[in-house]
Design a protein around this ligand. Structure first.
Ligand SMILES: [Zn+2]
Ligand SMILES: [Zn+2]
Ligand SMILES: [Zn+2]
Length: 339
């Protein structure tokens, strides 16, 4: 497939995943694919077993002349860190629970600084940032917000290591395996406020435009935090009793940056386009298994990376909303929006 001429986008469902055994059967390689020989700009691997195939990954990395986006959804991998270098502008990971990195949950965030510095869209696992800090600063900082470094450093640097390049436009915090503590949620809230505050002072600094500048996110358009408010595998299932990320939402609004959470209802400033799998609606031939997806309206969900019934728009009335936040919180929000 990689040898077909003039294709720019590849969507592949079920790569090396055999339905019967669920085993990984990509051939070891080496693959006979020349460097810069392929025209793919966008690769989307869905429901695939990626294992840790060094040779295959090398081919994906080196064969395309200018690969702009890499998207991996609902797949298995043992070494996500190794995949990062394949993406240049867009790195999107959906349904990450079976993606693993080296000594981390998803990938080590400082790996992002090894990429060419024109990354525009990235997905990070907040647990990896907490974990990294734990590794550098030792036991205690995971549980003690007072041990934290300057809040703005949360997304930007540790010991002079850059995390997220300042060319970033859209940042998605993926769903962690367990519910964040209130203190951790507050750290993320503070970090975003601190970045936005510095941004208004240092807005010209940018690693894309000025290679040696620090990260103050001059191109930032949106941060997606909604996955952090969803029900997680571990931790409390109690509805929250106060709105998470309120300060970030407020600071974002002042600067025309969308902070997407499970309580925001305002019209976004920016329309962000994410890599999507094909919408069954657009297919000429639809497999039996997705036929029922054709009934009723469909919308794309940026957290799961799938097409499904449209969300409620954070109505505050439905069972999903009430699982996330207590009814009293929604009442407060309703009052505030009427003011
Ligand atoms: Zn540190
Ligand atoms: Zn720039
Ligand atoms: Zn709702």
């Amino acid at each position: 497939m990689i040898k077909l001429p003039n294709l720019t986008s590849l969507y592949f469902h079920g790569l090396s995943k055999s339905a019967a055994s669920d085993t990984f059967d990509l051939p070891d390689g080496p693959y006979d694919i020349a460097e810069d020989s392929c025209s793919f700009e966008h690769i989307f691997l869905d429901n695939s077993a990626l294992g840790n195939p060094h040779e295959f990954r090398k081919a994906v990395e080196s064969a395309p002349k200018s690969l702009k986006s890499l998207t991996i959804s609902a797949s298995e991998a043992n070494d996500m860190d190794g995949w990062l270098s394949c993406a240049s502008e867009t790195l999107v990971l959906y349904q990450t629970s079976d993606l693993r990195g080296y000594r981390c949950n998803l990938y080590r965030p400082d790996e992002l600084c090894t990429l060419p510095k024109n990354l525009e869209t990235a997905v990070v696992d907040p647990e990896d940032i907490f974990l990294d800090e734990y590794g550098y600063r030792g036991y205690g900082c995971l549980y003690n917000a007072n041990n934290w470094v300057e809040p703005f450093q949360f997304f930007t640097e540790r010991h002079d290591i850059d995390y997220i390049p300042s060319s970033i436009e859209t940042l998605v915090l993926q769903r962690p395996s367990g519910r964040l503590s209130e203190a951790e949620a507050d750290q993320i809230d503070d970090a975003i406020v601190a970045i936005l505050a510095r941004r208004s002072v240092y807005y010209r600094h940018c690693s894309k435009c000025r290679p040696r500048c620090r990260n103050y996110f001059p191109h930032l358009k949106a941060i997606y935090l909604g996955a952090l408010e969803d029900e997680q595998e571990y931790g409390s299932k109690e509805p929250r009793r106060r709105v998470w990320f309120q300060n970030a939402i407020r600071a974002g609004r002042q600067q025309g940056i969308d902070i997407h959470t499970r309580t925001t209802r305002s019209r976004p400033f920016h329309e962000i386009v994410f890599p999507t799998p094909p919408n069954p609606r657009d297919l000429k031939f639809v497999p039996e298994s997705v036929k029922e997806d054709l009934r009723g309206p469909r919308a794309f969900d940026v957290y799961s990376g799938t097409w499904g019934p449209p969300g409620c728009g954070n109505c505050g009335l439905c069972s999903t909303c009430l699982r996330r936040y207590d009814a009293a919180v929604w009442k407060e929000l309703d009052k505030a929006s009427q003011r």
